[in-house]
Write a protein that binds this ligand. Sequence first.
Ligand SMILES: [Zn+2]
Length: 307
Amino acid sequence: MRAERQEESGTKLIQRLAERIWLIEGGKGGRYPYAHSLYIRDGGGVLIDCGSDLQEILRLKKEDGLRTVVMTHYHEDHFFFLHALPDVEVWASAEDAPALESFETLLDRYGLLGSEWETFFRSLLSEKFSYRPRGIARRISDGERLTFGRTEATAVIAPGHTPGHLCLQFPADGILFLADYDLSDFGPWYGDKPGSIEEFRRSTKRLADIGAKIHVVSHDIPVHSGDIGSKAAAYLSHIDRREEALRGFLRQPRTMREIIDRRIVYGDGRPGPWFDYGEWALMTKHLEGMLARGEASRHGDRYAARG
Ligand SMILES: [Zn+2]
């Protein structure tokens, strides 16, 4: 296995998008628990997210240098290997920095505190994903210019996924790193406590309208060239599909437990607390929207669609 990985390292796992901007493909094709990273071979070495491949990251650090990690947001598949880089400076958006600095804040952002899944995720995030509180050396705001040696990037804060989700635009090379606006077949995640369906839609459209030549995402197919307008529309249509499925299910009054067990987002055959939480987190956003618009009502512990 080790030999196979070594062979791959020069070809498949590292892809040169530009002379000094490289893609490190995540394990399992960039599917959770992994996420693709960017490596900027400039400014002492800069890694954008660190959930891709620990061996590649450590090899790059040794051979080419690594001075800074820029976190696009605080999710576990993006900080997965941060614990292995204790001597590297970490940058993040001002809005997302607190969740990287405090475990309780992270759990609060996930909406887990006091929930039935709190114990499960406390151990998952601290043990499997080795969460360690990390001081953020630089807090980044929307529109800020970041300079890594001769390489310049502009910060695009795209709320909805997380409140400070950071995308990075590299104008000289026409590259835009979309991170978890990932255009995947799974569809969007907006289930964090500060997550928002409407903000997610707005951010996706704003990102597509930038009109970059090369779009890089954190999961599945890493590189999307040219206009992403139709891909973005297909990606956002998962939101409507989920809401229609929920509306249909609520023709009869249902409890939250029944909604979770219906597996509207993940589909059948996905038991356990990880999927329970995901269904709860996303379906809660749809229910809140439907209740606010008068499209659903609540009676005791049951929800029902109106009309
Ligand atoms: Zn994420």
